[in-house]
Design a protein around this ligand. Structure first.
Ligand SMILES: [Zn+2]
Length: 153
């Protein structure tokens, strides 16, 4: 397999798997939030928080006092709704950015979809009749298509 083909195969299947994982994360994030927070060790400093909730992932930096790292799963009591918009804030004591999961999802879908289409196109060009897609493997390169009678270009 040529290296370009291998990269394409990786994008095609890797993108599909990542899309499924993103979709699964979106569904799970409807039921509750996963919050991971690390705090400064000795004195007041930045706390790094990463969360997945309501269909979005967020990263935040907040000024905080020392505490042990926290990992919390917090089930939602109310409703089933998703966040669709990007949001961010930059203050002296708070830096925050939130990205809805549909954005990486769309990216993975596009990357995988493009690789998929290119694969199909090459497949047709290689072993299949360009006009009727009949499998030409085993035929002489110049032989007309046994299915539709067209000669290969
Ligand atoms: Zn044909």
């Amino acid at each position: 397999m040529r290296p370009r083909r291998r990269t394409r195969k990786l994008v095609k299947w890797g993108g599909a798997v990542l899309l499924l994982l993103t979709a699964a994360a979106w569904i799970v994030s409807m039921f509750g939030g996963l919050y991971i927070s690390t705090y400064p060790r000795k004195k007041v400093g930045w706390s790094l928080g990463i969360s997945a909730a309501r269909g979005a992932i967020a990263v935040s930096l907040v000024r905080a006092v020392p505490r042990p790292t926290e990992i919390i799963w917090d089930p939602f009591q109310v409703g089933f709704y998703s966040i669709w918009k990007v949001d961010w804030r930059v203050d002296v004591n708070l830096k925050y950015a939130r990205v809805p999961l549909w954005m990486p999802g769309l990216f993975f879908a596009a990357a995988s979809g493009i690789a998929w289409r290119l694969d199909i196109r090459d497949h047709r060009r290689g072993h299949h009749c360009p006009s009727c897609s009949y499998d030409r493997s085993g035929l002489a390169p110049a032989a007309p298509c046994p299915e539709c009678g067209k000669s290969p270009a």
